[in-house]
Ligand binder design. Structure first.
Ligand code: GTP
Length: 198
């Protein structure tokens, strides 16, 4: 998290999960309001900025969409550093992507610390193809003290709520004054300095 001279706070959020679970779709739905109809595998990482206001503070959510494919794992790991929040995504119609959450969580916990987490079961519109029950998500979250939610990037169901829930968790109980004070002095580079992506 960091803040610039306009008292805007920058939060870094990462979207992690297996290939094809819908990470890019979630980002585009949330940041740009549309669902892409053609699948293009993410190469490396890409980010978008979504501005929101919490507690009267303007917040730039810098949301990084990572590649799920194994061959990009090294690049993805580099981008985990300094994350304020991580959204772990699986596909409710592909059990393996749910089983792999543990590995994504372990890798990110090895790479960075002090971040907030949310578990996302995407493609809730595909109820007839479901392989992961809502109970499995609840149990996984209860065991680890996480929050989990099923969403549909396609229909837009609970997408905004999921991102904003994570942002709220990061901001926590700090007042507007505390937020600005805490993050004005941060050593994190400003967003303008971070335009280049792999
Ligand atoms: P990588 O870039 O390979 O890591 O994939 P990704 O996780 O970014 O997946 P992406 O968003 O590209 O979506 C993969 C496929 O799932 C595409 O064909 C999407 O149209 C589809 N998809 C994504 N979200 C949903 C959803 O909510 N419902 C349905 N039915 N399909 C979805």
């Amino acid at each position: 998290m960091s803040s610039n001279e306009n008292n805007e706070i920058n939060l870094k959020i990462l979207i992690l999960g297996d290939s094809s679970v819908g990470k890019t779709s979630l980002l585009l739905k949330y940041a740009d309001g549309y669902f892409p109809t053609i699948y293009v595998a993410t190469i490396g990482v890409e980010y978008k900025i979504k501005q929101i206001n919490l507690k009267g503070v303007n917040i730039n959510l810098q949301i990084w969409d990572t590649a799920g494919q194994e061959r990009f794992r090294g690049i993805t790991k580099n981008f985990m550093k300094g994350a304020d929040g991580i959204m772990y995504v699986y596909d409710i119609t592909q059990k393996q992507t749910f089983d792999n959450l543990k590995s994504w969580i372990r890798q990110s916990e090895d790479s960075t610390e002090g971040f907030k987490k949310i578990i996302i079961g995407n493609k809730s519109d595909l109820e007839t193809e479901r392989e992961v029950s809502k109970d499995s998500l609840k149990k996984f979250c209860d065991d680890k003290g996480f929050t989990g939610v099923e969403v549909s990037a396609k229909l837009g169901t609970k997408v905004n709520e999921a991102f904003e829930y994570l942002a709220n968790m990061i901001v926590g109980r700090k007042t507007k004054e505390e937020l600005i004070k805490t993050y004005t002095e941060s050593g994190r580079e400003r967003i303008e300095d971070r335009k280049s992506v792999v």
